[in-house]
Every structure is written in C-alpha cells, then in structure tokens.
Design a protein around this ligand. Structure first.
Ligand SMILES: [Zn+2]
Ligand SMILES: [Zn+2]
Length: 328
C-alpha cells in the first residue's frame, strides 16, 4: 500500500505569499554566498542540503490523500482543494478516457474537505464512475448543495460521470479491491468526523484528521486505543501548537504535542503531522515539526518516527516496514 498527500492544509487554502517567498529567497541567497556556491553544477547539491523550510514548501491545498493498493487500485480520502491536482494527474490514465472508477471517502463535509470536487476533472468525463462513501445519510444532498446556482455555475448532478453514494456503517468493516479491509471510527469534531483505517498485507494505514484529542481523552477512551493500536502509518491532525490548542479548546483540532502523545500511547510506528493551520508560515510549521520530535525524545521514546505532511510526500508501507531498523 502506498499513500500520497495532495493537500495538507487545514481549514482554508493557504498559498505561499509574496513576503514569505521573498524571505525564503533572501535566506537561500545568503546561504549560497556563505557556502561559496560558484557554479550551476553545484546548485542541486546545495539545494539538497538546505533546511526543510528553505528547500521545500509545505503546500497550500486543503485535505486530499491518495491510497494505492498493492494491486494498483486507487482510493481517495477527502476532496479538499488538493483533489484538483490529483484529478489532473488521473486524466492521463483510464479516467481521461471515461473508463475509470473513482472511490472517495469523506471524513466529513466541512469546506476544506469538499471544495476540490467541482474542480476534479474526471467527474466531467462521460463513462467514469464516481463512488462516494461516508457514514452520513445525506452525503448526496450535501454534495449537490455546494454547487447550487448561488455558489457554483455547474450543478454536481449535471457533470457527466455516473454517481453512486454508499452509506458506511460505523464499526462494520468493508472489503475493498486490492485486498484491503476498511474500518471507520468516529472522531471528536464539531459536526463529527470519521477516521479511516486501511488494512492490508503490507500494513495498516490510518487517516485521522479533524479530530480533537486531549490528555483526558487519551486515558479515558479505550476504543480509540483499540482502533489506533500499533498502526504502521498514521496521518493525523496536528493543526496547532499546544498553547494555541488551549485557546481553541473545542474547535475540533489537536496540537502536535498531543498528536505525539497519542501516537506514543497507541504504539504507532510512523506518524505524519497534517492539517496545518493556514495562518502558520513554512518556518513555523517546520519549527513545530522539530519540536514534535524533541517532545517525543523528551518522553524517552524512539517511536513513532515523525514526518511532516507536505504536498507530494509519499509513503510506501512495504518499504517503510523493510527499512524499519527499530530506531527513530
Ligand atoms: Zn478540516
Ligand atoms: Zn472540520
């Protein structure tokens, strides 16, 4: 199973702003002068050795994740604005010829998890089948509502693909193509949100965003521990710093500190911090990432390995398992 991230921003798209771009450039050029960079051939290596916040951007698109089974079946989690570039990629395959099946699983229907759908090109190609999944009984109404004429020029049901809605029963596993078993688990979030767990021979991947965990929850909810227990890869809401999470209690998101506490408690092997606060710059998000690792070390645990969710980041469960030395 492989997991690729297309949208990692929480709440609202947050494109890189001019001031931040300029500040990155200034810092990069200062480092280039300091390192004595003297020829074009040295540039790739110079770039590779820059710190993360200078060599990359976190990305501004909202939540969208692609899961690929070992047999090549594609499943999509959430339809945030990251769904647009994912759709553009799919157009070069069967989805561009009207021969594709699309399966999208929704954690919930807040804007940042649905707004990419009207800009997802495969839904406009006749012949494609669009399958939409959620435990919500009225998912179809919600999807149609966001494209009523007051909000969008093309109604959802006027797009050419065929639409199939599937209401999931929480707690009842679903067998997917590609030898994957899917489980759902409710999360604490205004209006509710669902975690999805994909189990296959190569490991267990859990996607749990738009979830608020506190220290109290961690100790008092054994059903959470059973669901998350020992996951190979957990992509988890870590929107805030701990301080900010206190001032935004009940907003439905988790601090990176608490995300680490949860992952340690659940014996997760690899944790990816996602749903980044749109007001945070790359500098701040990379700083939080560094602090998350330091926090885990302060807890005296070598697990989980911690990663920062960035657009286009890929995780291959089989490879991660094979390369797992037991050390962080
Ligand atoms: Zn969200
Ligand atoms: Zn939400």
């Amino acid at each position: 199973m492989k997991v690729k991230l297309y949208g990692v921003r929480g709440s609202l798209p947050a494109p890189l702003r001019n001031e931040e771009y300029r500040a990155k450039l200034e810092e990069i050029l200062k480092r280039a002068i300091g390192s004595g960079l003297a020829s074009a051939e040295q540039i790739p290596s110079f770039l590779d050795h820059l710190p993360g916040h200078l060599s990359q951007v976190v990305g501004g698109d909202t939540t969208c994740v692609r899961v690929e089974s070992d047999t090549g079946d594609i499943y999509i989690l959430d339809a945030g604005t990251g769904l647009r570039p994912l759709g553009d990629e799919l157009m070069s395959g069967p989805w561009g010829k009207g021969q594709g099946k699309i399966h999208i699983f929704f954690t919930h229907t807040h804007w940042d998890h649905i707004q990419g759908l009207p800009f997802f090109k495969p839904i406009y190609v006749p012949g494609n089948e669009l399958h939409l999944y959620s435990p919500l009984p009225d998912l179809e109404d919600r999807m149609a509502y966001q494209t009523t004429e007051r909000f969008f020029p093309m109604p959802f049901h006027s797009s050419a693909s065929s639409k199939h809605f599937h209401q999931l029963k929480v707690g009842e596993p679903l067998e997917l193509g590609g030898a994957i078993t899917l489980d759902t688990h409710p999360l604490k979030h205004p209006g509710g949100s669902q975690a999805y767990r994909f189990r296959s021979e190569t490991g267990t991947f859990i996607f749990a965003t738009d979830a608020e965990f506190t220290g109290e929850d961690l100790m008092s909810r054994p059903d959470d521990a059973a669901f998350f227990d020992g996951a190979d890869l957990l992509v988890m809401d870590a929107q805030y710093t701990l301080d900010e999470s206190f001032s935004k209690f009940d907003w439905g998101h988790t601090s990176y500190t608490m995300a680490v506490n949860c992952a340690v408690h659940w014996k997760v092997k690899n944790l990816v911090l996602t749903h980044h606060e749109p007001a945070y710059t790359d500098d701040k998000i990379f700083e939080n990432f560094k602090n998350a690792i330091e926090h885990r070390m302060a807890l005296q645990h070598s697990r989980p390995r911690i990663f920062l969710a960035r657009e286009a980041a890929e995780f291959d469960l089989k490879e991660m398992r094979e390369n797992d030395t037991g050390r962080a």
